[in-house]
Design a protein around this ligand. Structure first.
Ligand SMILES: [Zn+2]
Length: 467
């Protein structure tokens, strides 16, 4: 089966060129200049020709931070692997990396097995897993090696959520030493959860139950402090460190300083920290609950710094932290007590479009857009070569993107299984036209043509940023 993507502008992390892309089976077979002899012969022989004139052809988006069906606060994230990966495909994302959870008292590998059971056979696009480590002991440390052998080469830990996912500095340090030994990356949710819990208790005792207090009780300094602490622990243990969902300028400064010092410290941010702010949490009534996530949305000035970090590569990746909870019945669990609002914002469908607004506004180049949304996530988590690049032999995960199309984000039209959009009414320049996952058309002509179960589990190599 062969498909030709004809006459598009192929945009990669390193540059853009006019090229025809030939897909054979599940892989990219070759690229050639439009009108050249090989391109003309492909045009005559390809079974399907997709016209990409006036459009970009980019490697499919890679969202390395999603939480499908995550149990949280007595409920579950509302997207299943099926609905979430279909929504991702609509938005030009062809790979997700989700987080398999080790619960306290449970084995790490049992948590990974449970995630396979949830995801296998349901995904419309390819997927991998990180593992959340929340119970550090001798057995868990050994299991980390086994997980690496099974292609789960990154482990997330929490300095937040005492009593749930929280690890002590000592536990974090032991896991980091193990990662140093087996080559894995430690991913950190860096907020000082111990101090935050005190602030939360004080706010509630003073009768402050509104959603805005979720933001006010998690000040940016406590993200900066935890980020610095994680960096020092990583330095002493010799482990690489990846800060997830970085939201505060204080944390960005700590990451930049560590990177300038030559340490293997990396960070991602998410669209919500670039486009939304503390004001959204303060919306009247219970509206603010729609914007409750951790770390919380910050005062506006932080987002300017995050855009700067994306330009300077102190922020290497944009992921979503997609963790949807419906407003009705789920977010509503926290009416009158913000600490009971399930944490998370839906976003897996709109990351490519939202970050493209940075291109449209002249904040970043289109090549940088591809880099932070596809190529760097692939390299960071051991998928590059197969994913994140359009080159012979790579998986044919391709997106034809129309940079001039207009659309308006709305819960009425999105495909995520959640009853609101955090970006309701936002007007977007640019839109996904066609999506291929391993050579199969998934989105085309405004319709979904994929199927749940097409997506395969991706055992990942070690990070390709490390020597
Ligand atoms: Zn997360």
């Amino acid at each position: 089966m062969s498909t030709l993507i004809h006459s598009g502008l192929v945009v990669s992390a390193t540059g853009s060129l006019q090229a025809d892309v030939l897909v054979e089976g599940e892989s990219v077979a070759a690229l050639a200049q439009p009108g050249s002899a090989p391109a003309e012969s492909w045009k005559a022989s390809a079974e399907t020709v997709i016209d990409a004139s006036g459009k970009y052809v980019i490697p499919g988006g890679i969202d390395v931070h999603t939480h499908m069906q995550l149990p949280f606060g007595g409920t579950f994230a509302s997207d299943t692997f099926e609905t979430g990966t279909v929504a991702a495909a609509w938005g030009g994302t062809t790979t997700i990396v989700d987080f398999a959870v080790q619960s306290k008292g449970q084995s790490l590998l049992a948590g990974i097995d449970a995630w396979h059971a949830k995801a296998d056979g349901g995904c419309a696009i390819d997927y991998g897993f990180h593992a959340i480590v929340s119970d550090v002991n001798e057995a868990t440390l050994k299991e980390m090696d086994a997980a690496v052998g099974a292609g789960i080469t990154s482990f997330k830990m929490f300095m937040a959520y005492p009593g749930v996912f929280y690890s002590t500095d000592g536990d974090i340090f032991l896991a980091m030493q193990r990662a140093k030994a087996n080559g894995a990356v430690i991913m950190m949710h860096a907020e000082n959860g111990i101090a935050i819990d005190r602030l939360v208790a004080q706010a509630l005792a003073e009768g402050h139950g509104d959603p805005v207090y979720h933001g006010l009780t998690r000040p940016p300094e406590l993200e900066g402090e935890a980020t610095s602490r994680a960096i020092q622990l990583a330095k002493v243990s010799g482990s690489p460190l990846y800060i997830v969902h970085l939201s505060a300028s204080q944390a960005l400064e700590a990451v930049a300083e560590a990177r300038d010092g030559g340490q293997n410290v990396f960070a991602e941010t998410c669209p919500q920290y670039l486009y939304l702010a503390l004001d959204d949490l303060a919306k009247p009534g219970f509206e603010g609950a729609k914007y409750v996530a951790s770390p919380p949305l910050r005062p506006r000035e932080h987002s300017e710094q995050l855009w700067r970090g994306l330009r300077t590569n102190d922020l290497a990746v944009v992921s979503t932290d997609h963790c949807p909870f419906c407003f009705k019945d789920q977010k509503e669990l926290g009416r009158g007590d913000f600490s009971k609002i399930p944490n998370g914002i839906p976003g897996v469908e709109h990351r490519m479009d939202l970050i493209f607004q940075g291109v449209a506004a002249g904040r970043i180049s289109r090549e940088r857009w591809v880099e932070i949304c596809s190529t760097s996530p692939a390299r960071m988590f051991g998928l590059y070569g197969r994913k994140g690049v359009i080159a012979p032999g790579a998986d044919a995960d391709l997106v034809v993107y129309d940079p001039a199309a207009k659309q308006t984000i709305s819960a009425e039209t999105h495909h995520m299984n959640v009853d609101y959009s955090a970006y309701e009414g936002m007007e977007i320049t640019g839109r996904v036209d066609t999506v291929l996952s391993r050579g199969s058309v998934v989105i085309r002509g405004g319709a979904f043509h994929g199927k749940p179960g097409h997506g395969r589990f991706l055992p990942r190599a070690l990070s390709q940023y490390l020597l």
